[in-house]
Every structure is written in C-alpha cells, then in structure tokens.
Design a protein around this ligand. Structure first.
Ligand code: AHG
Ligand code: MN
Ligand code: MN
Ligand code: MN
Length: 335
C-alpha cells in the first residue's frame, strides 16, 4: 500500500470537512523540517562534540545544554523567513523573538520547547521537541508577551517530536492525534499511527516519586492507593515508569495508556508547579485530549488556564481519562 507522508496527510486535511489553512500547513511543514535537522544533531551525539553544557543559563536559571541552544537556533532560523509567523517564543528565550524586518510577517505565533528532557541527553536517553501554534490576535501591531497569553483551548496546532530508537512526530490540528515516523533514508515523515486513542483505563503511572514527601494530600492518597496494588482499594497492581523526558513519558501514554503527574507540591508551590504551561503543558494537553485522554492541573482543565506569563508553570495530570478524573475528584474532595 502507498505510504501516506506528512505532506499528503496535511493536504488531505486541508480538503476535509475540518479544513486547515494552507499557511498553517506550510508552517507545520517548516517545523517538521527543522525537527529533522534537530534529529540529525541529536543522533550524532559526541561524534560532533554536542553533549554537555553550553556554559550558559536560560531565563529560568537552568544550565543550558549545547543541544538546547542548537535546537533553539535551528527552530528560529527555519521559521523566521517563511512568512507564516508574527513571532516566536521559546523556553530558551526570555521574551518573544520577532520576525526580522527583511521578511514578511504572518498570522501565527509559534511557541516551543526546543529540547525537552535535556538532562537525558548526556546519558543517551530519549529527548524531544514540543511546539504549539496560536493565532496572533487581530490588530496586534507590535508583538509582545501579551499576544501569546491565550488559553491552550485556542491552539490551532500542537505537536512533539521524540528522538528515540526511531524519530517520531505526533501532531494535532484539532482533528484527532496522528503519529508519523521519520524514514531516515528517504527523509520522509510517514503516517504510521493514524488517529491515536489513549485507553480510558490503565495499570501504569508516571511520577517523580522522589518528591513524595512534598505532595499534597490528594496526590498522596491517589499514588498510595496505586502502590497498595491488589491489597488496596483499587484491587489491582499498578506498574510505574519515569523517563524524566516529558515527551517520552507522554509518548508511552499515547501508545499504551497510563497517567502522568507532575503535581503541585510543597517544593514547587511558589513557582506554581514544575512544567511550563505555554510550551509543555498546553501542547501536550491538546494532543492528549484529541486522543481521547484528559489533562488537568488537578483543579482545572489545563486548556482552560488563562496564562499570565510566557514561562508560567502549572501542575500537570494527564493521560487515561478514568485515572485523571479520579485524581481531579480526590482534589475536589480535599479542597
Ligand atoms: P526541559 O528539559 O525542557 O527543561 O524539561 C524537563 C522537564 C520534563 O521533560 C520532565 O518531565 C521533567 O522536567 C523532569 O523533571 P525531574 O527532573 O523532576 O524528573
Ligand atoms: Mn530546560
Ligand atoms: Mn521540557
Ligand atoms: Mn527544554
């Protein structure tokens, strides 16, 4: 059977009863091309001397890896000249990156986490790229942070790439969630996982359990019940996984179900959580909801959170619907 490429998929989406604008299609193709280049760099590892720290910090005080900086540059350069964007924002930049005057400006805003899970890069464990596309509010003359501060519900597209044993691109334009695998010989994105559905129930959870003593009571209760297994109120055993690359953990959940939590705790409370709303939580929440799963802060749907800053953090609970709903119920009972 003929292979469906990303280009064919997007053109067919343009012709469907939920059509996407041709400019959005072209923008996604540019991002997908940049991701291919990042994949090549990630794959070279220390042959190209790309592991280790860059020697600089980002605006959040994290030590930047060389590949954080390279992936950020590749995405900025690939996307600045296409004419589809009004501006970009990134984990690695304090404020918006404006389109240089020599290029035309477009109607969209692109937000990204150029390299997710970068603490894993030096140990050769999967990392990824996450992106989100918003419309630039009409009438915006000079783009500043406020143009980006739209609830995730307003995203027009979101996706991530996972650089694992194979490189995959998982994408939503609001009509389901679809997975493409990079054919490295042909340089083509091949549709391998059409219409991904997350099972409603699961026996697998993902959380950084080293923070257990800081968790709030509803999370203590929920994880405690899972750990009691067949002897506890859930009357079944649960398995645990934690990659510490959100892309890899979320990808596993899309592939076989599960629940992922990076909840509010006593240590991250003053930051509002750990993961970043605009370029981690929102795109992943859109992807997960489009695959039939759920995504919550524990108290509110992530996609309904009104952002107040480009680098704002939020608690994240996402994955199999029944489990996420249980965690939300435990929060409601405790509050
Ligand atoms: P990034 O590498 O883009 O800064 O993101 C890291 C995030 C996320 O990928 C992961 O789920 C989480 O941080 C890991 O946190 P712990 O170190 O607490 O496990
Ligand atoms: Mn980081
Ligand atoms: Mn990240
Ligand atoms: Mn990152």
């Amino acid at each position: 059977m003929a292979r469906v490429t990303l280009t064919q998929f997007l053109i067919e989406q343009q012709r469907s009863d939920q059509p996407i604008a041709s400019n959005l299609r072209l923008l996604i193709e540019v991002v997908a091309r940049a991701v291919k280049t990042i994949s090549v760099h990630v794959g070279k590892g220390n042959i190209a001397g790309l592991l280790g720290n860059a020697g600089t910090d980002n605006v959040q005080g994290e030590a930047q890896k060389k590949l954080d900086v390279i992936a950020n540059e590749l995405l900025l350069q690939a996307n600045e000249w296409g004419g589809h964007l009004a501006a970009m924002a990134s984990e690695e930049l304090e404020g918006p990156s404006l389109i240089p005057n020599r290029y035309p400006k477009g109607e969209y805003l692109l937000v990204f986490d150029p390299l997710d899970g970068s603490s894993n890069i030096d140990v050769n464990i999967s990392v990824g790229t996450i992106f989100s596309v918003l419309r630039c509010p009409e009438g915006t003359r000079d783009v500043d942070d406020t143009a980006f501060l739209q609830p995730g519900r307003q995203q027009v597209a979101a996706g991530y790439a996972v650089y694992g044993p194979s490189t995959m691109l998982v994408l939503t334009v609001g009509a389901g969630t679809h997975g493409f695998t990079l054919d490295r010989e042909f340089g083509a994105w091949v549709l391998t996982h059409p219409d991904i559905r997350i099972p409603e129930s699961t026996k697998e959870f993902a959380i950084n359990a080293s923070r257990a003593r800081f968790w709030e009571p509803p999370v203590q209760r929920y994880i405690g019940e899972l750990q009691q297994g067949v002897e506890g109120p859930r009357e079944q055993d649960f398995n645990m996984r934690w990659v510490a690359s959100m892309v890899a953990d979320v990808h596993r959940i899309l592939a076989r179900g599960g629940i992922f939590l990076y909840p509010l705790d006593d240590k991250n409370r003053r930051n509002g959580g750990h993961l970043r709303l605009m370029y981690e939580a929102n795109p992943m929440a859109f992807i997960v909801e489009q695959a039939g799963g759920a995504a919550s802060t524990g108290r509110q749907a992530i996609l309904d959170v009104q952002p107040s800053g480009l680098h704002q953090r939020v608690p994240v609970v996402l994955g199999s619907r029944n489990e996420v709903e249980r965690v939300v119920a435990y929060h409601a009972e405790a509050d």
